[in-house]
Design a protein around this ligand. Structure first.
Ligand SMILES: [Zn+2]
Length: 247
């Protein structure tokens, strides 16, 4: 039904279109993914200002017509994330997060877990929500948080890896490998086709899923790399999406 609707949303991607317009890919709180057009936004006196850019969290009024794209009629800033924009590492992490959401969350139905997770991560990258302030996009802490985000996003999208027992046979002990095709950890007898997976990586994934994003656990580089591979291969096999490298 054509008509006006309001929703909060995060801008995932913003593409120039024609003389002065922009096409927006949005993750909204109340409708999941939305495609929208903002007209005249690139004119100097646009009422939208510069807020229809990636990583902005907005209160939007949209008009839904008969086409695929809704039209933005009003936009108010909920969070601009100004610190994130001035920090190369945070900017890169935010871009990879939005890219993962674009690939993994394509349904036009609300996914509050995915929406809240993205808002929380952008806020952490902006430094407005973290344990120790700035710098959480850098180095090992940044990678651990980025991987915790991916893992929670996979869970929110319905593709969380099996971590409690062998994904092939159900065995609970000697979980020494990980198989993207099986979608989780595998035991010694089922390891063929998987890759070696350390107890540190296993513990990291379990802990990361259990804790709030701002308190993501730490792990050594090898465990983090194995975690990234486990998430990437699970999503390739089961969601048919390929994510960019996490860092
Ligand atoms: Zn097994």
């Amino acid at each position: 039904m054509p008509g006006k609707f309001k929703t909060e949303a995060v801008v995932l991607r913003s593409i120039r279109y024609g003389e002065a317009d922009r096409i927006l890919h949005l993750l909204s709180a109340s409708r999941g993914r939305i495609g929208a057009i903002a007209k005249g936004v690139r004119k100097p006196r646009s009422r939208f200002g510069g807020r229809l850019e990636p990583f902005f969290r907005l209160d939007l009024v949209l008009y839904e017509g008969r086409g695929d794209l809704s039209t933005v009629t009003a936009a108010h800033t909920v969070a601009a994330h100004p610190h994130l924009r001035g920090d190369g590492a945070a900017l890169g992490a935010a871009a990879r997060a939005c890219d993962a959401v674009l690939r993994l969350c394509d349904a036009e139905e609300p996914n509050p877990a995915a929406y809240n997770l993205l808002c929380r991560y952008l806020s952490i990258l902006d430094g407005s929500e973290s344990l120790d302030g700035a710098g959480c996009a850098d180095g090992a802490t940044g990678l651990a948080t980025a991987l915790a985000f991916r893992l929670k996003l996979a869970l929110a999208a319905g593709f969380a890896p099996e971590l409690a027992s062998c994904a092939r046979c159900g065995e609970a002990d000697e979980l020494v490998g990980f198989s993207g095709a099986a979608g989780g950890v595998v035991c010694a007898a089922c390891e063929r086709g998987g890759f070696a997976f350390t107890p540190e990586a296993h513990e990291f994934m379990v802990e990361a899923l259990g804790r709030p994003l701002a308190g993501a656990p730490q792990a050594n580089d090898r465990a983090l790399r194995q975690t990234e591979r486990a998430i990437t291969e699970t999503l390739e096999h089961h969601a048919h999406v390929q994510l960019r490298a996490a860092a």
